[in-house]
Design a protein. Sequence first.
Length: 160
Amino acid sequence: MRPPDAGPCPPAGPYGTTVGEVAPDLELPDCEGTPHRLHATCGEPLWIFEFAGWCPPCRQFAAGLEARAQAALASGVQVWMIVSANDDFGRPDAAVCRRYREQYGLTFPVLYDAQGQFQQRLRTAQNAVNVVIDAEGVITFHRQFASDADVAAAVQGVQP
């Protein structure tokens, strides 16, 4: 639940890409083509994991992602995985998105980024990036190759 003195929803700019700044808006499709808009999650914290199929640390992190995501969801934190590249460094499509979702048994929204919007808008690398955004739209964690413990602490820090 949003506190009565919370800022505007969706969050107003100025937008930034580092911890402490309001995240810019972003809209990406899930594996079925349904669009998901970052600012539409306003009022709910969000954890985003960016996955590249060619990335060994991404594959290792994704192997245990469903259990961590279910714990986050149970505590009121929304979860997205964004597929940014396939196994041969190419841009993903809906079929690639579905393949990774099924391979890792993911039941939360898995999106794909065929145009590199996530990297451009949040100034991230193309692989193994975790971003946590609080209910006000402020980035509280933004790190590539983060440890499980660091991600868990960041997610716990935004729980309602």
